[in-house]
Design a protein around this ligand. Structure first.
Ligand code: NZQ
Ligand code: ZN
Length: 384
């Protein structure tokens, strides 16, 4: 096992009805800015529930954080928060709202141009504290310190992280996910699945616990992902998926093992240039990525084939092929297409995607920091 430091201070309030406990978690006397997206929480009644739980606080609201949250929109929230002297933020929504709120939290006290937090990795020295109420299990943002922000004007989708950006708390109420459209349920399962893969399917590192934990999460997603689509109000299934997605990216399984993340980096450019949902990009890139890098990932691919997909027949190359095919079939079974052509993207779009990777410095990716632009181009070609 590699050396690691594990730190995660986020308090999790799991279960039905836990929004009622919000007041205990927010510092008394706080001026709270509730941030949310396009209105799903209004229609579902979640906003009313949150307002009621926090009725003794001074509340403000900022709506309109879009999927793949934009710097342009978030800066409006930063202005509001500065003007109203907000001292606590509460994100109510999916990964985009939580990520956006992390940026707002860091940008409020930031001196200089807050875009530099992303573009120049400018140092963050303080952040407004925040919590979250999660409505879409997928990203793990509710229990990690990272965020991904898009600047529409310049076609940049960039990530940043900081220990000040762990949520103070996150409410995980599975019943709040009953209203999710099937596309977002499937997206969540695929995103969580690929988060596990990015931290598991690298090379062996004598990390038995991380491996078996990762395999458990993958098996759980394979088992309960389809059930969530079939039985949207199955509490046990929704709860399992919610906790699985959180554990998939809260630092636990990635500690002490090599991490990849190349699939995510290639995916971000597909979202920026072609508007695919985050999980759709992963469903397209991952099978091609595994195929392209099958020799460097050989040992773990064989372990994945056997322990996750129970593939024991045939020679090693055949088992690897089958494992990749099973992965693709799993995404397709959730109705998330896995080819660029399924989204109307033609091969002639690939040079621009590769140019974006180059512009963003994504030239030595993966667990060995050596996955080059040539490799990325081949992956996009294989994904066509
Ligand atoms: O905006 P509203 O109206 O709330 O609707 C949202 C949105 O349209 C809707 N939705 C959310 N909860 C709902 C609901 N609709 C009905 N009922 C509910 N309970 O779902 C749509 C998508 O929401 P979004 O937050 O964009 O989805 P997701 O959670 O998949 O987040 C994706 C974003 O997270 C980033 C992605 O890049 C992308 O920008 N990621 C963040 C990570 C992190 N912080 O660690 C890691 C991930 O790899 C990922 O990159
Ligand atoms: Zn992701």
């Amino acid at each position: 096992m590699q050396n690691f430091t594990f730190y995660n201070p986020t308090r999790i309030l799991f279960g039905a009805g836990r929004i009622a406990n919000l007041a205990r978690e927010v510092p008394s006397g706080a001026r709270v800015l509730i941030t949310y997206g396009g209105g799903s929480i209004v229609r579902a009644g979640t906003l009313a529930e949150v307002r009621n739980a926090l009725k003794d606080f001074t509340l403000f609201e900022f709506a309109g954080i879009e999927p793949n949250p934009s710097y342009e929109t978030l800066m409006q929230a930063v202005e509001l928060a500065r003007r109203e002297r907000i001292d606590f933020l509460l994100a109510v929504g999916g990964g985009s709202v939580i990520d956006g709120t992390k940026f707002i939290a860091a940008a409020i006290p930031f001196t200089g141009d807050p875009w530099n937090i992303l573009a120049k990795r400018a140092r963050i020295v303080s952040a407004v504290p925040f919590g979250s109420v999660l409505t879409l299990p997928a990203t793990g943002s509710e229990m990690n310190n990272g965020a991904v922000i898009t600047r529409r004007a310049s076609n940049d989708k960039l990530a940043f992280m900081h220990d000040l950006l762990f949520p103070r708390f996150s409410v995980l109420d599975p019943t709040k996910t009953y209203t999710l459209p099937p596309r977002q349920v499937a997206n969540g399962v695929v995103d969580a699945f690929v988060h596990v893969i990015e931290q598991y399917l690298t090379y062996p590192a004598d990390a038995k616990v991380q491996d078996r934990f990762a395999e458990g999460l993958l098996l759980t997603l394979i088992e309960d992902g389809p059930k969530a689509l079939q039985e949207p109000e199955n509490y046990a299934v929704r709860g399992t998926l919610m906790w699985t997605a959180t554990l998939a990216l809260n630092g636990l399984i990635g500690a002490g093992v090599p991490n990849d993340w190349a699939t995510h980096m290639l995916g971000h450019e597909l979202t920026v240039l072609h508007g695919l949902d985050h999980a759709q990009t992963l469903a397209v890139v991952l099978p091609a990525m595994l195929h392209e890098r099958r020799s460097e990932k050989r040992d773990k691919l064989l372990q994945y084939a056997e322990r996750v997909w129970e593939l024991r027949e045939g020679d090693e190359e055949e088992r690897i092929d089958q494992a990749i095919a099973c992965t693709r079939q799993f995404f397709e079974s959730l109705h998330v297409p896995t080819r660029l052509s399924d989204y109307g993207i033609k091969k002639d779009a690939i040079p621009a995607l590769v140019a974006q990777l180059k512009r963003h410095g994504m030239v030595a990716l993966g667990e060995h920091n050596n996955f080059s632009l040539d490799g990325s181009r081949r992956v996009y070609e294989l994904a066509a």
